[in-house]
Design a protein. Structure first.
Length: 305
C-alpha cells in the first residue's frame, strides 16, 4: 500500500509541475515569436523537438502552425504531454490519495480543473489561450502552496516533493534546449539573442533574481550559469537537485539515489558554458536529461515495484 500511495503522490506532483512549465514554455514561445517576428517553424519546432513530440505532431499535421501546435499542447488527448492529459492524470491520482492531501489542496485542484474545462470550450483565440495558460500556472502553484503549508513533513510529503523537483529539473532543461535550438535556427545578432534569454528569465519569473545574482551587464553566459548553478533560486537546476537530494535522504538515508544526484550536481557545477559552441551545451543538456531519466527509473525500482 505504501509503494502504491507513494507512486500516486510522486506522479500527481510531476503531472502538476509539468502543466505549470508546459504553460510557461507556450507563453514564452508565443511572446518570442511576436517580439522577433519569427516564422512558425522557427518558433515552434524547437518546442516540439525538446518535448520529443515532433514526429507525433507531424503525423497529425502537415506543417508547423502556431494555432495547431498550441491546440496540440493544450487539449489534444493524443499528446501524452498535453495539458488536458497532465491535469487529468494529476486529478485521477489525487482522488486515490485524497485522505492524505489537505482539504484546501483538493479544493485548489478542483478549481483548476473546472477553470480548464470551461476555458477550452471558449472561442479558440490567442488571447483566450494565454489567459488559460496563466490560470494554469497560478492554479498549479496554489495547489503546491497549500500542500507546503498544510501537509505533515512525513514520507508522503517527501514523495510529493521528489516528484515536483524532478519534473521541474527536467522541464528547466527542456526550456534551455528549446531556446538554444531556436537561436541556432534563426541566426539573428547578439542583441536579439540577449532579448530572447531575457524573455526566458521573465517566463519563469526569474528576471529580478538574476539581476540580484549578476551585477554586471546582461550576458547570455551569465544567464545560463544562473539557470544551471545558482543554489538560491527555486527554479535553477542546481537548487532543484539539492531538493531532490534532501527528499531522497529523508525517505531513506541509505540508497543509491543520493550518490547519483550528487554526481549530476558535480557535473552541473563543473560545466563551463561556451556561447560560441552551443552544440556542446546541447549535448551536455541531453546527457543530463538521460541521467534524470535513470534517476526516475531507480526511484521506481526502489520504491514503487
Amino acid at each position: 500500500m505504501l509503494s502504491r500511495r507513494a507512486k500516486l503522490l510522486y506522479w500527481m506532483s510531476r503531472y502538476l509541475e509539468r502543466s505549470n512549465f508546459t504553460s510557461r514554455l507556450l507563453i514564452t514561445t508565443s511572446e518570442l515569436q511576436l517580439d522577433l517576428a519569427l516564422e512558425d517553424e522557427i518558433s515552434w519546432k524547437p518546442l516540439l523537438t525538446v518535448m520529443e513530440l515532433n514526429k507525433d505532431y507531424l503525423k497529425l499535421n502537415k506543417k508547423y502552425s502556431e494555432r495547431k501546435i498550441i491546440d496540440y499542447f493544450i487539449k489534444d488527448k493524443k499528446n501524452l504531454s498535453s495539458l488536458v492529459n497532465s491535469l487529468f492524470y494529476s486529478k485521477e491520482n489525487s482522488l486515490v490519495v485524497r485522505d492524505i492531501l489537505p482539504e484546501q489542496s483538493m479544493l485548489k485542484l478542483n478549481e483548476l480543473l473546472i477553470t480548464f474545462n470551461k476555458s477550452i470550450t471558449k472561442k479558440n483565440s490567442k488571447k483566450n489561450n494565454l489567459k488559460l495558460l496563466y490560470k494554469i500556472i497560478q492554479g498549479s502553484q496554489n495547489f503546491m502552496y497549500s500542500t507546503d503549508l498544510e501537509m505533515q513533513r512525513n514520507i508522503d510529503y517527501q514523495f510529493l516533493r521528489l516528484g515536483r523537483f524532478l519534473e521541474r529539473t527536467d522541464m528547466m532543461i527542456r526550456i534551455l534546449q528549446s531556446q538554444v535550438l531556436r537561436s541556432k535556427q534563426h541566426k539573428k545578432g547578439y542583441e536579439y539573442l540577449t532579448l530572447e534569454w531575457i524573455n526566458i528569465l521573465k517566463s519563469i519569473s526569474a528576471f529580478q533574481a538574476y539581476r540580484q545574482y549578476s551585477q554586471q551587464d546582461i550576458s547570455i553566459s551569465d544567464i545560463i550559469n544562473f539557470f544551471l548553478k545558482t543554489n538560491t533560486f527555486p527554479r535553477s537546476i542546481n537548487w532543484n537537485l539539492n531538493q531532490i537530494e534532501r527528499a531522497t535522504y529523508r525517505i531513506s538515508k541509505k540508497n543509491n539515489l543520493i550518490k547519483n544526484v550528487k554526481e549530476i550536481k558535480k557535473d552541473m557545477n563543473k560545466y563551463k558554458i561556451k556561447t560560441d559552441n552551443l552544440d556542446n551545451f546541447l549535448l551536455f543538456l541531453e546527457k543530463t536529461l538521460k541521467k534524470l531519466n535513470t534517476l526516475n527509473n531507480q526511484i521506481h525500482k526502489n520504491y514503487f515495484s
